[in-house]
Design a binder for this molecule. Structure first.
Ligand SMILES: [Zn+2]
Ligand SMILES: [Zn+2]
Length: 243
């Protein structure tokens, strides 16, 4: 089955996420855009994923808990998890490896934790924009140990990306797929970057505000409508994006 997807969305828990990016609003906009498969990937936390998954279930959309993790090298990695308990455990693991720097809301913005009714139930005090003390060579195996899959985010971007920060892709990192930003052309990008040719690519919105959630355009071929099937498809790394 082919599902229209967007696997990289930020909520108001990300310091850079707009206040309107509540779990309910994100799911509502995703449904309006015709998306069928979505993931919430806040910076270095999964704490809004329970509300997000509950909202998506109400709307009939398939949702995965996720995280955009910042490695020690300040590379953004999209991490998709199969269940809420796995996401909570992974989130705790990453949290313990984040520097204990307090978020200054006046500078970085609020980091709001919400329930499935879009009510604020907490504020994350630690700055989530920092880098976790986890190396890029360890992420894929780490996320696999939680039953998930990890892929380097927006590899074509000039900051916080594999090529910008490290300068190369190494198959030994264990990634089976990469995310190309929606502004780039995946085939052209992969052709000129050693190691990427033939690798599975996905394109997401990386939306930080509601207006950036795009109309359904990219599809993922999955054998079943479950988070596990989505993760398996990305682990296999077979071409699944019909563009
Ligand atoms: Zn990013
Ligand atoms: Zn992002």
């Amino acid at each position: 089955m082919r599902l229209f997807y967007d696997l990289h969305l930020h909520s108001c828990l990300s310091p850079c996420g707009d206040a309107d990016m509540t779990p309910g609003n994100i799911v509502g906009m995703a449904a309006l855009c015709g998306l069928q498969l979505i993931a919430l990937s806040d910076h270095n936390t999964c704490r809004n994923t329970p509300a997000f998954v509950a909202c998506a279930e109400r709307a009939g959309l398939l949702a995965l808990p996720a995280m955009e993790m910042t490695t020690r090298e300040e590379i953004h990695i999209l991490c998709l998890l199969p269940t809420l308990p796995a996401a909570a455990a992974f989130s705790d693991y990453v949290y313990r490896r984040l520097p204990d720097i307090r978020n200054d809301e006046a500078i970085f913005g609020a980091q709001l934790i919400m329930d499935a009714e879009d009510t604020v139930i907490g504020r994350e005090p630690r700055l989530l924009a920092s880098a976790a003390d986890i190396g890029v060579y360890d992420v894929a195996a780490l996320v696999t140990s939680y039953g998930g899959v990890a892929l380097p985010a927006h590899v074509d971007r000039p900051s916080f990306s594999l090529f910008a920060n490290l300068g190369f892709f190494d198959p030994a990192m264990g990634f089976t797929a990469v995310e190309i930003s929606s502004y780039a052309e995946p085939e052209a990008f992969c052709r000129v970057h050693p190691g990427l040719e033939g690798l599975m690519t996905v394109q997401n919105s990386d939306a930080h505000d509601l207006g950036c959630i795009r109309d359904a355009a990219h599809v993922l071929e999955v054998p079943a409508r479950t988070p596990q099937a989505v993760i398996e498809a990305l682990r296999r790394g077979a071409p699944g994006d019909a563009g």
